[in-house]
Write a protein that binds this ligand. Structure first.
Ligand code: G
Ligand code: G
Ligand code: MN
Ligand code: NA
Length: 253
């Protein structure tokens, strides 16, 4: 209860922070974009994990306000980076969208309003596979609206959400993000490796790209590249960083 109140205050007082994690092309090592990740520092509790406060925000009806802030802050940051002499973020900024935001039939227009001044071509929206499957027919409709508006669409935590192949085709997503749970032990575990290979093959057949999550070692990165995975994200390449540190490390020429 007290946590709900403090989170509510943090959202309205804009005391949240947005961190940025690099995404790289596995073949060239080049930056292809970044994922925006929400962080909350509470004066009393210190850093609260998003694994804790995102579900809380979802339960307590705070996720829309939080999601709106994330979209506005993302846009503000993209525009600020564009002013730098080095230029802006290459590729796209990936922004996580929760199921409750996704339930809004006006979501695409809402996103456009909150990110005014930023081209949709600079943004990728991430939705988890299980959120897609909650109401797949509605998801098909919304994802088409998003694509038509120029946003890219990624299916997050892929492999954990039981989507059927027929829906996967109809979602018209641009990318599958291979869930960290399959990447973690892919070198040691033959089954996990087979799942990763299958996801990559499936994505190719459906003309989507693959982004591996949670890549922590050089060996994982090499194997993923060999397997034909397109992009990766993880501590091996870079941790999520505050905007200024991200820019200092990744947006220099
Ligand atoms: O950053 P970290 O891996 O600790 O995030 C934990 C979870 O919180 C992940 O599932 C991530 O997708 C989610 N998350 C992080 N930032 C946001 C956000 O801005 N919006 C939503 N809906 N989820 C987020
Ligand atoms: O669910 P989603 O993919 O949006 O969440 C991404 C989360 O994964 C973020 O909270 C981020 O902090 C975390 N993360 C990013 N890279 C790594 C990594 O290499 N290892 C681990 N364990 N977590 C990571
Ligand atoms: Mn994500
Ligand atoms: Na994920």
């Amino acid at each position: 209860q007290r946590m709900t109140e403090r989170l509510n205050a943090a959202i309205s007082g804009h005391q949240l922070a947005l961190y940025f994690q690099p995404q790289v092309d596995l073949a060239s090592g080049r930056l292809t974009g970044a994922e925006a990740l929400c962080r909350w520092y509470d004066a009393e509790w210190g850093w609260v994990s998003p694994g804790e406060f995102i579900p809380l925000a979802e339960e307590r009806g705070l996720i829309r306000a939080l999601g709106d802030w994330v979209l506005e802050e993302s846009a503000r940051q993209l525009l600020a980076w564009r002013e730098k002499p080095e230029g802006g973020l290459p590729g796209r900024l990936s922004i996580n969208i929760s199921a409750q935001q996704f339930a809004d039939p006006e979501l695409t227009r809402h996103i456009a309003q909150l990110t005014a001044g930023v081209s949709p071509s600079a943004i990728a929206l991430e939705l988890t596979e299980s959120d897609f499957m909650r109401d797949p027919d509605q998801a098909v409709e919304i994802t088409h609206t998003m694509r038509q508006a120029g946003y890219a669409l990624s299916i997050d935590d892929f492999g954990t959400g039981y989507s059927s192949l027929s829906y996967l085709r109809r979602f018209a997503a641009d990318a599958l993000k291979i869930d960290i749970s399959f990447v973690r032990e892919m070198l040691e575990n033959k089954n996990d490796r087979a799942i990763v290979q299958t996801i990559i093959a499936m994505a190719k057949a459906l003309e989507m790209k693959t982004v591996a999550e949670g890549v922590e070692t050089r060996d994982q990165a090499n194997l993923l590249a060999e397997m034909g995975c397109n992009e990766a994200q993880g501590y091996w390449f870079g941790r999520p960083l505050p905007a200024d540190e991200f820019a200092a490390q990744w947006l220099t020429t």
